[in-house]
Design a protein around this ligand. Structure first.
Ligand SMILES: [Zn+2]
Length: 303
């Protein structure tokens, strides 16, 4: 893969894109004098810097060369880089390469790592991925497993991750060594997980390059509304409708729970909106050590 120019010539000369031609020349002269081999008793690093300065001036002082250099740079800035820092939940699923690019950082100090260009063979870690996962309320309350599908960068099968096919760039991955593919993961939902909780899966993100480590996967739990149950902290509210006869006389009644059914005793003279607490039939607490309660709320049929 042809590695394009990675030096920031503006930084090298300590100028901006708005610097006038005269000032550009002035800056160049200052630096050239400073690093000229003759005034640095043949120092290799001064010689290297002198070459870079000359190269930078050669490009920036020539309108045509400068234009194509600027175009090249703006292209480089858009190329995907590894996201850093906090997961960005705004990025849609499949939003690869949306992380802040670190090119600018890399260019901060012109001579810090120069004149070595960025090595395309350097191990690079994979992308961290952040997605939402829809979790049915019973699974969030009591735990469960969800077969989750998502897209990520994996090693290109066509070129076996080399990025090349013979002497050509691999046509499948365009030399990137990686391709986007759907993958699935059995996601264990911890019992009692809260809505909006973030589950982390180390190394389940995008594949790295050149032997770099894979990124991580972060899944934000979105507890789905349930037609019958409502979760309030660790309790589950369940509204049931009973006949007016049962409400008046009382008696046994079968209700649905998170994981089955249970029989409750309706008291005599039960009124609309009255509640009955069934201990230990609610949502898990402390990742399953205890459980909250099931609260039955009565609705009464009109005759
Ligand atoms: Zn390939």
């Amino acid at each position: 893969m042809a590695q394009a120019t990675t030096l920031n010539y503006y930084k090298v000369l300590g100028v901006t894109q708005k610097t006038s031609k005269a000032d550009l020349k002035k800056k160049y002269r200052e630096l050239a004098k400073k690093y000229h081999p003759d005034t640095n008793s043949g120092s290799k690093s001064a010689e290297d810097k002198f070459k870079i300065i000359s190269e930078a001036y050669d490009v920036l002082s020539d309108a045509k060369k400068r234009k194509s250099y600027d175009r090249e740079r703006s292209y480089q800035k858009r190329s995907p880089r590894q996201p850093k820092g906090q997961p960005n939940w705004n990025s849609p699923p499949g939003g690869f390469g949306k992380g802040p690019n670190d090119n600018q950082q890399r260019y901060e100090e012109p001579f810090a790592q120069e004149p070595e260009p960025i090595d395309p063979d350097m191990p690079t870690s994979g992308f961290d991925l952040q997605f939402m996962i829809d979790v049915p309320l019973p699974d969030a309350a009591l735990g469960g497993t969800i077969n989750y599908s998502y897209d990520k960068y994996v090693r290109c099968e066509e070129c076996e991750g080399t990025g090349t096919q013979g002497s050509d760039e691999c046509s499948e991955c365009q030399g990137k060594q990686l391709v986007v593919r759907p993958v699935t993961l059995d996601v264990k939902i911890p019992p009692g997980v809260a809505d909006q909780y973030t589950l982390s899966f180390i190394k389940k993100g995008g594949e790295g390059r050149n032997g770099g480590p894979p990124g991580d996967l972060f899944l934000r739990v979105c507890v789905q509304p349930h037609p019958k149950f409502k979760r309030v902290k660790n309790d589950i509210i369940h509204e049931v409708t009973i006949s007016s006869k049962l409400a008046e006389e009382g008696g046994a009644f079968e209700v649905e729970t998170l994981n089955g059914t249970t029989s409750i005793q309706v008291e005599e003279e039960t009124l609309i909106g009255e509640e009955l607490r069934v201990p230990g039939e609610g949502s898990a607490i402390g990742w399953g050590k205890k459980r909250g309660d099931l609260i039955i709320k009565f609705n009464i049929e009109e005759d």
